[in-house]
Design a protein around this ligand. Sequence first.
Ligand code: SUG
Length: 444
Amino acid sequence: MSAREFNFDGLVGPSHNYAGLSFGNVASFSNVKSASNPKLAALQGLAKMRALAARGFGQALLPPQDRPNFRLLRSIGFTGTDAEVLSKAAREAPVILACAYSASPMWTANAATVSPSADSADGRTHFTAANLNNKLHRAFEHEQSARALRAIFKDEKHFAVHDALPGTPAFGDEGAANHTRLCKEHGSAGVELFVYGRSEFDAGAPAPRKYPARQTLEASQAVARLHGLSAERTVYVQQNPDVIDQGVFHNDVIAVGNANALFYHEQAFADEAGALDQLRRAMGAVGADLNAIRVDTAHVPVADAVASYLFNSQLLSKADGKMALVIPHECQEVGSVARYLENLVAGGGVVDELIHFDLRQSMRNGGGPACLRLRVALTDAEAAAMHQGVLMTEALYHTLVAWVEKHYRDRLEPADLADPQLAIEVHNALEELSRLLGLPGLYD
Ligand code: SUG
């Protein structure tokens, strides 16, 4: 069966701000409390979607979530009218108010883990919303993520959307950011690679010392079970705890895969040789040869990979069998990375093109091109069965640019989160958006 990969990019919400909420994510911590530009952030994301759609890549979007999260604020004792809740929270717990306002659902790589129908036992595409329980501001995303996915992938003949795993540290799950699918073609059975940062119950397994490991082995195994994956074609690999301590808070900051290619840093995995061995064996079972594109520390130190987000790129298959690497502008500004990339595309390998985007607004919170997208490989029948209103077209692009221009602020500072008018603006914007996307019941 042939299939096409769609990238579902997160549309940046109107409350995008820099609150320094993600311990272990270097960019988030470095830019805490600086002013953000939500309008520019949304336009930068839309420009990427438009350009990739125009190139013929499957491109769609996932909508932002309703903010602030009044349910969270009320559940911890802030009472009264909405304006009273906001003003009390701003006074007594400004960081929690920032959590309730975070536009973090824009990083849809963390929305869910996806297994295409070619891999699952029941022949349906499976999604498990990620509980993101390592961070307060992200731990409430999964309810709305599952709701949005169910609205888009409603047809149960083709799709199964699972609720998030229990929100407890043993099941820390960060979705597709720690999951890579390798295959011969997108429509044939593939190998699903789960990269975890720690194990809750294997006391002997190494773990990072400074920063948290967000994904557990137990969560990855649970997702594979829910999706009905075959043991032979499922590989679990531990992330190198030392690189987590250098700011690699997800595997997609140090490795990316597509089709049979795995583009990765030599220090990405706790046991590189063992990881490649397992992958080669599993890929043999689907008749594919692993194309391992290894980046040596001598060429690109881990710090440069983190600063440039070289690996938080999208590897996209082109019609001619080659691949394009979608990278942020920062890759050209870090000398070792710029040099590496020049050689990579000139080297005659499968990656023969670089596509650059300015995603600085998202990058300043630690979100690059790959964070901003959730990959879903769909057969023609599945693509026809999903909700069509989220597919990126020239018409939708122009509609959404006008919508952003109408509703978004171009400057947001921490103190602005106390402004009751902001909550009203966000609410009105999202109400209109649900109509524009043809998803009337999307928000409460
Ligand atoms: O979870 N940043 C996000 C970035 C997510 C990137 N995703 C992937 N690598 N797939 C995070 O750390 C920062 C929010 C703030 O500080 O305001 C934040 O949530």
